[in-house]
Design a protein around this ligand. Structure first.
Ligand code: AMP
Length: 139
């Protein structure tokens, strides 16, 4: 699959579509997943991305994983979750639905069932509040 620069995350990176931003630096952007599998489910994208891990430049992957580490710590702090799951899907067959490389950070608690992947839009006010919680934890 070739990278489509009109994909949703590319448009968010360019500021053409809104997002609930939690972090940005010159190489990466992190924002709330609008169909979260758990509260404070956050996505991290490199700005210079391919569709997935194989076609994304190594420097962009390095920047994205460094931001993912920061965000994972902040999501744990913001939610008090004892566990955090980092997920990155490649290809429709693997469940990928947006073809601009991204990492998911999802807080986990024992016994808490995750919601379905990419289904069920969250209330924008909840996303706004959760983004503020993660931003505050990032310091
Ligand atoms: P994946 O299936 O790994 O490609 O994940 C794509 C994720 O993007 C899913 O978890 C969706 O809920 C999420 N998503 C789709 N559109 C948006 C959007 N406009 N803003 C934030 N998250 C989105």
């Amino acid at each position: 699959m070739t990278y489509d620069p009109a994909n949703i995350f590319a448009r968010i990176v360019r500021g053409e579509l809104p997002c609930h931003k939690v972090y940005e630096d010159e190489a990466t952007l992190a924002f709330m997943d609008i169909m979260p599998q758990a509260d404070c489910h956050t996505l991290i994208v490199p700005k210079d991305a391919g569709t997935g891990i194989v076609d994304t430049p190594v420097a962009a992957l390095q920047a994205a994983i460094a931001t993912t580490q920061k965000v994972a710590a902040a999501v744990k702090k913001a939610t008090g979750a004892p566990g955090v799951m980092v997920v990155q899907l490649n290809g429709a067959e693997a469940g990928q639905t947006v073809f601009h490389l991204h990492f998911h950070v999802i807080p986990r608690w024992e016994g808490l069932q995750l919601k379905f992947h990419a289904r069920g839009m969250e209330d924008p006010e909840v996303l706004k509040a959760n983004a503020a919680r993660v931003r505050a934890a990032l310091g």
